[in-house]
Write a protein of this length. Structure first.
Length: 342
């Protein structure tokens, strides 16, 4: 069943869009990511224009984040004080990112920038997460747990302007928290991602938060930043396709609830390992599309439209072996119907 997307200007299979939205929603609830880093490349693969895919991906990330945040809030996995600081930075970052989108589109380098950004960010973050999470799983046999790793201080703990975060049991500077929020806001506007694939690792490895709290707080922040970004892009760039966004949102909200329930049964290092594998898989897929040569670089075809003579009669089609025998314009002298004066 194909439907026409008015803003994207293409027809797509509705069941494919619904299935993709549900799958991304499940992953969102499971890992605490908005899912934009999955749905945006998938929409590009389906032929959706880059600007529309990014804006609609951010919109879908917002909807799944709302559903996932409600599920994690019921389990007490959201640090609201941390989330508000991340939110303040995220809104500022989304404003900057939206301006960068307009600049890159005017330069004609938007699609290339987005693809390269996906490869660099997903590849680096996914590789680091996979190495750390597998190391944690291997060390679990000698009772070296994530709690032990969290007790090791990072550079962020030595900065000024410290605040207490009772839910996360942290006493750290507000500077890295706001900086992380700004970075996620820029990524949301530029790449159509919720930023969870950056936010969750940053909260775990830089801020030393527990994985379960990081997942819930990430969804809380994505919920507001993604919504604000969608509003800005809809007003400034007119790139949000309502039909596409509605299909993704409905399916994503349902899938998120199942993902949150599944995530409650896994340990933190297991969640990080699975997220890392997913991130690397998406990175490889985008990289392959970036370097692969298209099947048809150019397509030459004859103009089959009917041609009209100057007197209004249709021109004869040209023969297969050469140019038309008659000229397309009637340049023969015309005889006047009025006799000349004597």
């Amino acid at each position: 069943m194909h439907i026409y997307l008015p803003i994207a200007g293409v027809a797509v299979n509705a069941l494919t869009i619904i299935g993709a939205g549900g799958a991304v929603g499940f992953l969102s609830g499971l890992f605490g990511v908005g899912g934009g880093f999955i749905i945006t490349p998938l929409l590009l693969f389906l032929g959706i224009p880059t600007a529309v895919a990014i804006a609609s991906g951010a919109n879908q990330a917002t909807a799944t984040a709302v559903s996932g945040a409600m599920a994690h809030w019921q389990r007490g996995n959201i640090d609201f004080r941390m989330g508000l600081l991340l939110l303040s930075g995220g809104i500022a970052g989304s404003l900057v990112g939206t301006q960068l989108v307009g600049l890159l589109r005017s330069l004609g380098q938007f699609e290339l920038f987005v693809s390269l950004s996906y490869v660099v960010l997903l590849g680096s973050i996914g590789s680091l997460m996979l190495v750390e999470s597998l190391g944690t799983i291997l060390r679990s046999s000698r009772r070296t747990t994530t709690a032990e790793i969290r007790r090791r201080h990072s550079w962020a703990h030595g900065l000024p302007f410290k605040m207490r975060f009772p839910r996360s049991r942290l006493y750290i500077s507000a500077i890295p928290v706001v900086a992380i929020g700004i970075a996620v806001g820029v990524l949301t506007a530029l790449m159509g991602v919720g930023g969870g694939f950056v936010l969750v690792p940053a909260m775990v490895y830089v801020l030393r938060m527990r994985t379960s709290i990081a997942v819930g707080t990430s969804l809380y922040q994505i919920m507001f930043v993604g919504g604000f970004t969608t509003l800005i892009q809809a007003v400034a760039l007119q790139s949000v396709d309502v039909v596409l966004s509605a299909l993704l949102m409905v399916a994503g909200v349902v899938g998120t609830q199942f993902g949150a329930k599944a995530g409650a049964r896994l340990r933190g290092e297991q969640l990080r390992a699975l997220l890392a594998i997913l991130v690397i898989a998406v990175c490889i897929r985008v990289a392959v599309d970036l370097v692969r040569t298209p099947g048809d670089v150019f397509s030459l075809s004859m103009d089959r439209r009917p041609r009209i003579l100057t007197d209004g009669s249709p021109a004869a089609s040209p023969p297969a072996g050469g140019p038309p025998k008659a000229a397309l314009t009637d340049q023969s002298p015309r005889t006047s119907a009025i006799p000349p004066e004597r």
